[in-house]
Design a protein around this ligand. Sequence first.
Ligand code: SAH
Ligand code: SF4
Ligand code: F3S
Length: 480
Amino acid sequence: MSQTGKPTKRRVHIRTYGCQMNVYDSDRMADVLAPLGYAPTDDVALADMVILNTCHIREKAAEKVFSELGRLRELKQEKAGRGEMLTLAVAGCVAQAEGAEITARAPWVDIVLGPQSYHRLPELVARVARAGALPPNPQSGHPTGNRLLDTDFPVESKFDHLPEASQGQGIAAFLTIQEGCDKFCSFCVVPYTRGSEYSRPVAAVLAEAQRLVAHGAREISVLGQNVNAYHGEGDNGPVGLGALLRELAKIPGLDRLRYTTSHPRDVNDELVAAHRDLPQLMPLLHLPVQSGSDRVLAAMNRGHSADEFRRVVDRLRQAQPGLELTSDFIVGHPGETAADHEASLALIRAVGFAGAYSFKYSARPGTPAAGAPNQVAEALMDARLAELQALLRDQQQAFNRSRIGMTMDVLFTGSGRHPGQVAGRTPWLQPIHLLGPAGLIGTIAPVRVVGVQPNSLNGALAAADGQTRNMPANQEPAPA
Ligand code: SAH
Ligand code: SF4
Ligand code: F3S
């Protein structure tokens, strides 16, 4: 505390890796630290505290954390030389999975906290402050940390204890409605790092959505590791994602809704009906399938066949013409043969994706697949990944080109790269740039697509060239 009794001004630098749920959590950690006097900074050199919000999904993601911690040790040392303190915290899924290893390998870390413990961050920070800067290790001269470890899965959800989300999220906002996963896919760490499935109550979700809209959000993506397994408590018992989306769609000023990430097994009639009935529900769905081979899908414990996936896609496309899909693929899951790989390519050709993420299988400690005997050779995985990605890239480019000449509603989210430009996103989440007044930011306006860049579209304001059409955002636009 300063002499005036107000919290001393301090700065926190939060670096976020991994999925959108981590992005949301990083904002919530900033919220929880604000009453302690911490303001966020993008500049690590100005920070009094650094939080790494980490991802454990693949080996590379996890290893990044340790190299980053090496750099931060030097920063901590430098600061100590000037008599300043740097509090170092590791949060997120690596913290959960490898907490003990972090305190052993990087003893200069002060706090290690898992994704379910963020509401206890102030208490941990207070303990570090009380302990102060510890003297350097006498042997190595390296800085020492407090090594506080909090990776419990509490009985109560962190959501019952976190303060209300701040207003700072802007025009397109994230809202976590569900956490954890009970699916236990053979390859995946998420059930271990995030714990079992938990859904926030409907009233809490609606209240947060209303606050986000009151602070300028026009689009909300509701998030969960398995968001369509959502079953939050409503007035008359548990409510599914389809019904929740209907409630969200009633909020005035909330023009666009998305949800991610969904599982093919949890696409029910109610959710399909939401795609049919809600103009706010955007026509792009991320639906990870991982493989097109029934054998591999079974080995992965995905709980559905390639055909069942195709039928889910058909039902969704019937409900919402113009719906486009993106997905995730893994090549080289243990036991994957050349024929299995061909089956993935065949599924991609049959479905046609607007985009996809694809990864080489990465063996994760503690998962069933990591111990399987028939691991696929690295070189084979490289070749399969290249082939899969070439096909997916072609499909994505074809999709982007197919939008040329169409007029569609664009949500403007900021200024563009060049002077006089504004940037926004199409209903299909494609970034789009065009010349237009800054006053467009925060609004939705019809735009004609005039060109494609590798990762974005070029547009022209439809009103400006006499092509204005008031088209609901979720309908397949007619070619201009
Ligand atoms: N809940 C989502 C995905 C969560 S992880 C789902 O059910 O699909 C995001 C993506 O990372 C996964 O879809 C998968 O494609 C990839 N992934 C997860 N574990 C992996 C591993 N061990 N190796 C390679 N990719 C992995
Ligand atoms: Fe991981 Fe499977 Fe759960 Fe997705 S459904 S988070 S891939 S275990
Ligand atoms: Fe990574 Fe954890 Fe998200 S492992 S993908 S940060 S749930």
